[in-house]
Design a protein around this ligand. Sequence first.
Ligand SMILES: [Ca+2]
Ligand SMILES: [Ca+2]
Length: 284
Amino acid sequence: MGYKFTMLRSRIAATALLGMVIAASAAVPPAAARPANPCLDAKSRARLLCPDLVMRKPFGLQIDPLVRPGRVVLRAGNSIDNVGLGPAELHGVRTSRYQMRGRQRIYRRRRGRIGIKTGARLLFKFVPGQQRYWKFLHAARFELWRLNSRGRRIKRVKTGPKVSYCLRDLKHTRPSLRPSPRRMVYPACNTGAATRRVTLGTSVGWSDVYPPTYPEQWIDVTGLRGCFGFRHIADPLNGVYESNERNNAASVTVRLPFRPGPQRCARRAPAPPPSRDEAPGTGY
Ligand SMILES: [Ca+2]
Ligand SMILES: [Ca+2]
């Protein structure tokens, strides 16, 4: 019994240590250790074609009781859109079996480009029922926030498991944006197990879109009751430098247990200071 307990504890400790090592190797360096974002400096930005990622509001919300036995998850589709002047592009170089170090490429207005170590990491992510893809780790985050009676966020209570995305050109959602390429430049997720380098990106006016039914597109809402903000954030750890870093979140209000249709929750009250990082919340 004592031996078994000791072995179990050792195994748990080893697993926890492995998790910490993986987490540490995947972590984005603190902001202080990274170069400044030239896209936020007016003089530098004038010479560059900086990207600007925004997140469309979560769409297609639906309950799924089959993901985990005894649990209820709330699914949502998401869309990471580039509304800037240049592509959101990461060039990855292999560092281990499942990881690459990413360097952002920002194109100059005249010609050429610059490379910046933003701390971005790429992950050779396995998607159940499919295969492994090279994806930008922490491209997005799903959050569930409890709202007060005025509809304002008071506490983050859950996050979702999906954090890695390819940064593809999947849908041409804003073709009128200039200079949006008419054809996709970053057409598909890379699946190369032996590749040493990959380039991920989303062009101006294009979007990387995932339907609500895609694996891990959910937040576990088991047992929760009341009004919540279902929030999607693009690039939460800032692995992509943009001309606007304060417009990356979007949310909808949901009442749990979830039922489709009007959500019978307070609209977010207008109160100073105005939130500058997302569009006003409206009911789902
Ligand atoms: Ca942005
Ligand atoms: Ca960013």
